[in-house]
Every structure is written in structure tokens, then in C-alpha cells.
Design a protein around this ligand. Structure first.
Ligand SMILES: *Cc1c(COP(=O)(O)O)cnc(C)c1O
Ligand SMILES: [Zn+2]
Length: 409
């Protein structure tokens, strides 16, 4: 593949040829790989001008920056090119110069995970696999199943028993074989790993597979392009495994290396205080240790993150910051984003917004700065928590008198 020079191990730094292997042969499973792109080669056919003339309204407009062979991507689900809304009210309420909301809940299976799954499915098709497998807290699974269904691939999915019903319903509708594991996310992951080894399926497990980050980076490419190549001072994103935030950094880093943006935004990594191994490690300046998974934001309840190196690098290399918010703050952000902007995010989806609020309160983000928050998933998948955040409707007899007396109006 001409756009790729090779792999570099994020742990030992070894440079390796680009092939089908997913982790470093010297470091084993922890040796997560970076893909090294040949920016000089890519520049020739991919730049601001070629994009300005490209009508592709999906993440496939960035295919030259992906580890895939050139092909027609129109048969795939339409992933990406989600709206970037200038906030009409929330930004002012927070006292910010400008706030943008990237609503990635509007992807085909309703989360940012479609970006990774779309690329994984394209790779599985390119390599001739007939089955793709993954373990997930929910969105990776449903996006994998949806994107695979569209391309006629079979899927085997491992979810922890606690996965919300909406996400499990998606899996069943997309025709996946679903294994609901009696255990936490780590147990789920370990079982999927053993099964993938045994049966030889294509592996869409977050962290391990370096192409997933390269799919997720398209959210950063879009933010930059939608802001006319002048991204905001900060970009805030919620963090579980660390693959998304790693991708956000990679996207801006690619654009910087290609000379398409002048600086990389500061990246704010946001977790829930109920499960914040990254925030704790950063605060205490020590390596990550396993954390409890005690938050209602199920998509980021990851006690043992699979992509720690890329996530830590995203924040340190961008001179960003880590911050944690309580579940109460998350529920509040869900309500506020819905009320003030018409964006309905799931708990993990709005965690970044809660994080920006806290970062402003703590003086970490200053009023003259500009911010983009990524809303990573739709709230319709987790109606239980939405109702917890927003309350119940007013019960009323079918008469005007009763309506007048209801106290609602
Ligand atoms: C997966 C997910 C995240 C976090 O992504 P990681 O790669 O696990 O850090 C955030 N929000 C939503 C909605 C997700 O599904
Ligand atoms: Zn290595």
C-alpha cells in the first residue's frame, strides 16, 4: 500500500513492515502498533483542493488517509460527515467564545463507533474474511453488526450481560450471533480473544487492531474541514478504552503533517469518576492500574483500557488535559444538551460536554477559548438513563380543565 511506510510499536518503538499482524511480535498483546503514513506521497493526491471538489458525503472522502486499498466505497453504509453545530445557547451559558457540537450519534448505527467498524469491515472484505468478531460494551458491537450486515459478512459478538437493551436489540436486528457473557467487560474481552484465536475470524477488538483508530480519526478530519481548517482551541471527547481519543489525535496529527492545519487542538479526555483509570494515573503521575467499573455511562465503563499508550499520548502531545465528572454531572449534561441544543446523547456521549463544563469551572478552559465537544452516541439506545436525567411526563385527564390544573403549563 503506497500510502503506508510501515508499523511502529507504541511500546518498544520497533519499526515493522506493514502486513496483517495486529500487534508487535516482540511485545505481544500490549505492543499496540501505530501505522506510519507516507505524507509526502499522500499530499500529491489529497489536499484542501481535492477535498473541496469531492462530493463524497461520508468518511470515505478521507480514504486516501486510511490503511485500505483504493476501491469503490459506495456499497458500504454511509458513515460519518455528521453535523458540526455551532452551539446557540450552551456556549454562551458556559461563557465560552465559541462552542461546537459534533453529533456523532447521527451515524448509521447511532454512534462514533461506526467510523471504526466501517473501516474494519472494509478491511475484512479486502482480505476475504467471511466472519468478523468483537467484544464490546455495546456500540462497537452494534456498529460492527450493522456495517457487516450491509456487506454480507457474518458477525459474532460478545457483550457483557449489563449492555443496555437498545444496543442488544440492534445486534439482534442486524442478525449477529450474540454471546451475552456473564461477567464484566474484561471477562467478555478475554472470551472473545480466545474464540477469535480458535476460529480465525477477523478481529475488530478495540485497541488491538490498529486500523480502528484510523477509522475513528475521521471525526477529527471532519471537524477540521467543517471549521475551514481552523479547528477550535480544544476538542473534548469521552474516554473508555482510549481508542477514540487516540484517533482524534491521529486525525489532527495527520492534517498537521500534511500542512492542512497550523496547530493541533488541545485534547480534553473526559471520564466518569466512577471509572477513571486515565484521570487517576495522570493526577498521580503513575502508570494505569485497573479501576472499578462503577458508572452509568456504560460505553466508557472500562476498568482496564486496551489502548493506554495512544490515549495518554493524545493528551500529552496536544498539551491537553484529563478530567473526571460524576454520574450526576453526566445526567445533567444529557438534559442540558437536549434542552438547549436539541442533541440527544447517551451518557457516555455527553460526558465530554460535562467535562467541558467542569473544565470551565476549574479555569482549565478559559472564556476566550473555543471548544468542540464530540457527542459520541445517541441517547435513544439507553432510554432508561434518559428518563432518569429528564424525568417523567405529566399525567392528565382528557379535559382542558384538568390540563389547566395540572401545573405543567
Ligand atoms: C466507545 C465509546 C466511547 C469511548 O471510546 P473508547 O475508544 O473506548 O475510548 C465514548 N462514547 C461512546 C458513545 C462510545 O460508544
Ligand atoms: Zn514492541
Amino acid at each position: 500500500m503506497k500510502q503506508i511506510l510501515g508499523y511502529r510499536c507504541t511500546l518498544c518503538g520497533a519499526e515493522l513492515p506493514y502486513d496483517e499482524s495486529m500487534t508487535c511480535p516482540h511485545c505481544g498483546e500490549k505492543g499496540i502498533l501505530d501505522i506510519i503514513f507516507d505524507y509526502g506521497y499522500i499530499k500529491k493526491s489529497f489536499n484542501r483542493e481535492t477535498l473541496a471538489n469531492d462530493r463524497t458525503n461520508s468518511m470515505w472522502r478521507y480514504a486516501p488517509l486510511m490503511p485500505l486499498k483504493p476501491r469503490d466505497f459506495s456499497p458500504f453504509l454511509r458513515v460519518g460527515w455528521t453535523p458540526l453545530y455551532p452551539s446557540r445557547r450552551l456556549g454562551a451559558e458556559l461563557g465560552l467564545r465559541a462552542l461546537y457540537i459534533k453529533d456523532d450519534g447521527l451515524n448509521p448505527t447511532a454512534s462514533l463507533k461506526d467510523r471504526a467498524s466501517g473501516v474494519a469491515v472494509a478491511k475484512a472484505v479486502e482480505l476475504g474474511y467471511d466472519t468478523i468478531a468483537c467484544s464490546s460494551t455495546g456500540n462497537a458491537a452494534s456498529s460492527c453488526a450493522g456495517n457487516a450486515a450491509r456487506m454480507g459478512l457474518k458477525t459474532v459478538i460478545f457483550v457483557p450481560q449489563r449492555a443496555p437493551e437498545g444496543k442488544v436489540a440492534q445486534l439482534m436486528i442486524f442478525g449477529a450471533k450474540v454471546v451475552s457473557v456473564k461477567g464484566d467487560y474484561k471477562a467478555t474481552f478475554d472470551l472473545s480473544k480466545a474464540a477469535i484465536e480458535k476460529y480465525g475470524w477477523y478481529n475488530r477488538n478495540a485497541g488491538i487492531n490498529p486500523i480502528l483508530t484510523e477509522g475513528k480519526k475521521t471525526v477529527a478530519l471532519e471537524i477540521a474541514e467543517q471549521l475551514n481548517w481552523e479547528p477550535t482551541d480544544w476538542v473534548a471527547v469521552s474516554v473508555g478504552d482510549g481508542c477514540t481519543i487516540g484517533g482524534v489525535y491521529n486525525g489532527f496529527h495527520d492534517l498537521y503533517e500534511l500542512g492542512m492545519i497550523e496547530r493541533i487542538p488541545k485534547i480534553l479526555g473526559v471520564q466518569s469518576t466512577g471509572c477513571c483509570p486515565f484521570v487517576d494515573a495522570a493526577r498521580e503521575n503513575r502508570p494505569l492500574v485497573p479501576a472499578e467499573e462503577n458508572t452509568l455511562a456504560d460505553s466508557i465503563a472500562v476498568g482496564v483500557p486496551r489502548n493506554p499508550v495512544k490515549a495518554l499520548r493524545a493528551v500529552s502531545a496536544s498539551k491537553g488535559a484529563w478530567i473526571a465528572v460524576s454520574d450526576e454531572e453526566i445526567l445533567d449534561a444529557m438534559r442540558v444538551l437536549g434542552h438547549t441544543e436539541g442533541v440527544f446523547g447517551e451518557p457516555a456521549g455527553v460526558t465530554a460536554t460535562a467535562g467541558v463544563r467542569r473544565a470551565v469551572q476549574e479555569g482549565l478552559i478559559r472564556p476566550e477559548e473555543t471548544v468542540t465537544v464530540i457527542s459520541t452516541g445517541s441517547g435513544l439506545k439507553d432510554v432508561k438513563n434518559a428518563l432518569r436525567a429528564a424525568g417523567s411526563p405529566t399525567l392528565c385527564e382528557p379535559s382542558l380543565a384538568a390540563l389547566d390544573n395540572s401545573g405543567l403549563l
